[in-house]
Unconditional design. Structure first.
Ligand code: OSB
Ligand code: MG
Length: 377
């Protein structure tokens, strides 16, 4: 499905990569582990026209997917950035093609593409939302809540987010921390919009436990099985009343088409990093919309850079469920942008400035930087 949108070409002079360490305001626990410090790569594309910023959303270890920060750093430095510098002048729509010979490494590719897209849009003072096809000026904000010490602590944590105005709660689950946790939240807060995310922690052997969740009227269950378990997800989906949503499995528009054809999912979580960029994310959106599947924008604990871009993406018409687009302060005491994303009446505003529409705080960026390299033409 070709994207009609065309952004101005830019001439790439240099690419700066930085690894940041950002302390989280509270530990974030999922079925695959606990994070206390976010390790992320920030990309600065220096072009003759303008500078642009991107974010490579890998985590320190390959636990969510096979990508991880040092691997992304290596492949970016060794292969991806040199290929882009060789290309010289390129439009944002050319980036994926220039990087296509290199298999996988979608998060690394996505962060580089975003930096070039941001540079291009800034050079013509065009907002990312307008370019992607946004139809809203604000998006409803859901929050992803990690596994807590026990169900009572989870209820306290959820209460605080509801007080802040979040319009949808997602709780992380894993074997042994599923039915009781979900029941506790449902009992405490009644009919709030609620969903669960298993991050691949189950197998079909757990089908009876997962079916117990049907009684909680969840919006969806996210990624119960492994990334490549498309057929097993279809088997599970046929058995559950709760809609099955895929996250990890949807690595491209093609993967989304296959999952839809096999009835493995009835909802899709879209993350630009996971699918290789915001342009591919729009293709996933377009495909799901044409097939009648609701989509929502997932998150990877983004800094203000990725968070601003996600708000723009989530403003597309097919995003009919609230995304994991929380305020900056849900994860960070100090963001690296000058105007951190805030919650207003349960919503996040879609930036309207050029490009991603946020400015970098150079001091905050420098303070968080633990490694830096600049690659030139
Ligand atoms: O599965 O959606 C996920 C964070 C890191 C890796 C995977 C996931 C998540 C989240 C947090 O759930 C979403 C957010 O950024 O708010
Ligand atoms: Mg998920």
């Amino acid at each position: 499905m070709p994207i009609a949108r065309a952004a101005a070409p830019v001439t790439l002079e240099a690419v700066e990569l930085r690894v940041l360490h950002l302390p989280l305001v509270a530990p974030f626990t999922t079925s695959f582990g606990t994070e206390t410090v976010r390790e992320v790569i920030i990309v600065r594309a220096r072009t003759s026209e303008a500078d642009g910023w991107g974010e490579i959303v890998t985590q320190q270890a390959p636990l969510y997917s096979s990508e991880y920060t040092q691997g992304a750093w290596d492949v970016a430095e060794r292969y991806l950035v040199p290929a882009l510098l060789d290309a010289g002048t390129l439009a944002p729509e050319d980036v994926a093609g220039a990087l296509a010979p290199f298999v996988g490494h979608r998060m690394a590719k996505a962060g580089l593409e975003l930096a070039i897209l941001d540079a291009s849009l800034r050079s013509t003072a065009r907002p990312l939302g307008e370019y992607l096809g946004a139809v809203r000026d604000r998006v409803p904000s859901g929050v992803s809540v990690g596994i807590q010490r026990d169900p009572a602590a989870l209820v306290d944590t959820v209460a605080a987010y509801l007080d802040q105005g979040y319009v949808r709660i997602k709780i992380k689950i894993k074997p042994g921390r599923d039915v009781a946790d979900t029941a506790a939240v449902r009992d405490a807060f009644g009919t709030i919009p609620l969903q669960v995310d298993a991050n691949s922690a189950y197998t079909l052997a757990d089908i009876d436990t997962l079916a117990e969740l049907d009684r909680f009227d969840l919006l969806l269950i996210e990624q119960p099985l492994q990334e490549d378990d498309i057929v097993d997800h279809a088997t599970l989906a046929a058995r559950l009343r709760t809609p099955v949503c895929l996250d990890e499995s949807i690595v491209s528009a093609k993967a989304a088409a296959d999952a839809i054809a096999l009835r493995a999912a009835s909802v899709v979580n879209i993350k630009a990093g996971r699918v290789g960029g915001y342009l591919e994310a729009v293709r996933v959106h377009d495909l799901c919309r044409a097939s009648g599947l609701p989509v929502w924008c997932g998150g990877m604990l983004e800094t203000g850079i990725g968070r601003a871009a996600n708000a723009a993406l989530a403003a597309l018409p097919g995003f009919t469920l609230p995304g994991d687009i929380s305020a900056s302060d849900r994860f960070y005491a100090r963001d690296i942008v000058t105007e951190p994303i805030v919650l207003e009446d349960g919503h996040v505003r879609v930036p309207t400035g050029p490009g991603i529409g946020v400015e970098i705080d150079p001091v905050a960026l420098e303070d968080a930087t633990v490694a830096r390299v600049e690659l030139r033409r």
